[in-house]
Design a binder for this molecule. Sequence first.
Ligand SMILES: Cc1ncc(COP(=O)(O)O)c(C=O)c1O
Length: 973
Amino acid sequence: MVMSEPFDFFQAGELPAPVVSVPDAVAIARDHFGLAVTATALGSQQDANFLLRGATGEPVGVLKVANPAFGCVEIEAQDAAATFLADAGLRAARNITPIAEVPDGSGGTLFARIIDFLDGGTMSGDGYVPPHRWAALGSLVGRAGTALAGFDHPGLQRTLQWDLRHADRTIELLAHYVAETSRRHLVQTATTAAWRTVAGHAADLPMQAIHGDITDDNVVCTSGDDKSPDGIIDFGDLTHSWAIGELAVTVSAVLRHEGGEPAATLPLIAAFHQERPLRDSEIAALWPLVVLRAATLVVSGNQQAAVDADNEYATGALEFEWRIFERAVSVPSDVMTALIADAVGRPATAPTPELAPILAGVAADDVALLDFSALSDLVDAGAWLDTGCEPDAAARALAAGAPAAVTRYGAPRLTRSVALHHDSPATVPTGIDVWLADATSVTAPLDGVVESAAEGEVILAGPDGVVVAVRGPSVRSAELTGHAVAAGAPLATAGPGRVWLQIRTGDPDLPVPAFVRPEYAPGWLAMTADPAPLLGLAPAAVPGGEDSAELVRRREGALAGVQEQYYRRPPRIERGWREYLCSVDGRSYLDMVNNVAAVGHGHPDLADAVARQWRRLNTNSRFNYRAIADFSQRLAATLPDPLDTVFLVNSGSEAVDLALRLAMATTGRHDVVAVAEAYHGWTYATDAISTSVADNPNALTTRPPWVHTVTSPNSYRGEHRGAAAGRYADEAVGVIETLVAEGHSPAAFICEPFYGNAGGIALPDGYLPAVYRAVRAAGGLAIADEVQVGYGRLGRWFWGFQGQQVVPDIVTVAKSMGNGQPLGAVITTRAVADAYRTQGYFFSSAGGSPVSCVVGLTVLDVIEREGLQHNALVVGDHLRARLADIATRHPLIGAVHGCGLYMGVELVRDPVTLEPAVAETSAICERMRELGIIVQPTGDRMNVLKMKPPMCLSIAAADFFADTLERVLSTGW
Ligand SMILES: Cc1ncc(COP(=O)(O)O)c(C=O)c1O
């Protein structure tokens, strides 16, 4: 072996990758390692790598032909480090052959060896990666860092362009390769600022062996659905450097991906910190190092492309390297540092400056506090998508006599929410608004120098970098710019009208936007202080209030675990309007799942009607009041003859339970025929006839003998598909006839008239006519469970059974009927109701109460007045057409089921086997939530996106859903 000087990038200059062709690689494997293989070139910036496969195509290993610039001891160090990590329990690509010297074709030699092939695939590409996988990567890097702290080797002593200790020199040397002046200038400016910070902490940054390139390209993942990174490959940048450099490199890789904005790196950083706690100096240096890594990538990529124009790997990387850089500098480093400190549980605590009140004559006790949070009653139901309600609320407060009305610092404002938006909007104020009733004189809150005093603005710089800004059209100040003023000295007059107050405590040169996005709020708020003391008020206790995770903890402590919730880390939703839900962060989500809120969330007609009725009376159905008569008549009128008699209850479960008892009482029998995979409720009897394993995992093993199921008539993935689906009816008739023959004639056949649990698959034509005929011939009754699909949602019909041209004997309804108010009903014939009377008892304390009846009447009014059934038809057809079109480009979509606004998008891994794409469906729902849409999996296999939004869904909202789904299917989940 030739011993050489350790590699020094600053001496070596340009490093084109060794030229090794695929036939060369095959020959090297054969001649030097005795292997008969095929080879496929793998991308690399400075080495030549090939995946080798044996006779049956099985991977044999990776042939690595090192750049001739590197000495043997450096390659030995890399192999030793891989072995060291593998011995420490990590999956790492070890060498499986010794290092061989191979001729380079021009008289020199190259070092070649074969490395273990680790299966599982990398995280490469620019697709979306969910937070839990980034966290897994952070944890892997943390474990590798902890292990490598104990590794040493002479081959670590080298000077690489990737070693961030040399970033300033590397970037200076290579910047000229960036041809575009504006880009080059940006890179150089960012480097200067970042290096200044890093240099300030360099002495406190621990050193150790680092892999130096644990990126998405250089990790491999577990093979299951989870695909967590758990293996490390390519030790080519191994060196002795700052330990935190390892993390900075990995963090920068996040920024390349769809959705990889700076805040997306926090789960990775927090997970790293769990494994290998960060020091304060490392927290301070981390983001500047990410910027330096990004700048190094840009300049090195441009250099490589210039010297090695044929290296597609290098030229192809230029745009994503630029994206990494742009994202790294998109948020100021100071803000990211504060955000990182917060994410690892060490939030910066800036001392609050001592401030005197500045508004002469405005007594703190008289100031009105304006709450524009999601929990505020100042904001009208629908007005929260409109900032106009801020001045309106302030005007009301001033009109009531307050000298000033003031908002809260750091509390997300619902009024800044934006509907149908992929990113969270900037809702968190970094200062406060004050509305003044009168012209008021403004005095200095502390000793300082007036930085600027212009029409509409006064800025005062105090000690310790504190900067107080007073802004607003009414602000008028004397010529004070550059003057020193003492606390209490006059600065300006302000009012009447709106004034913005902001106190900056960070870098005096860093402007802080008035509103920031919630993900970045801890970072930006650390650059500011609460201006409330400027009005003599106490600072806000907890900006933003109780967070979602804390609420989940309290909920879980008090509530039965079986009462589940959506999402692993749910947003805290406290507001709704039409088809939107809004979180306390002030983020709007498009709600695609709340079929119960049929007429939309927060409907003012409903709120008014309920409030009015509550003030008048709420009692029970044994009293004589008008609403119960009006509502029962009105409900019965929606149904065909002879369904004219109503029972009012509180839920779907109660309605179906009562329907079963009506059938049993009328027929004097006990057996019931139900459709497999359906859900009808949670009470004892309704649970007995429910066999959806998605709702009840024990459903199939706990059937009592009186329940008989017929095959679920799924024409997409069931036993009989397409045209053959007609057989389901014959089979169901057969089950009923067998029961009769065995002396178990059924009391009833119960079925959803549109197959809900599978995501809204229409029943086969003629299904209900045939089965109703059979059950009636057997002396039983036909029950239609319309709890889910009835009430106009299907668009074409008000009731689902109308689509099958049948009339049931008993209809159950709930959900939409009350728009969320507990309200259900059973509608049947007078004869059936009377038959029950002879044997049964019925009173439901809140069923048919005045408030519930008023709700029921108002919901029917709104459905009619707003044409919601028609809307369900038009928007539903539009959305289905959009989804069908998307399905032509994305084979994961196996089918688009449904009618009106009751739909399901069924996701399959294989169009022939229809293997359910279960993990994909759940991950897609998580990604859709990040992009502003609430949608959930359904069906017994949990592979159907269920879509049953409020019936007021607009075309724009349907398009937003379709566009977002296509984006997710294209960019990953
Ligand atoms: C078809 C069907 N029937 C009955 C019920 C039970 O209704 P509730 O939840 O109001 O008790 C449901 C609820 O999801 C349902 O989907």
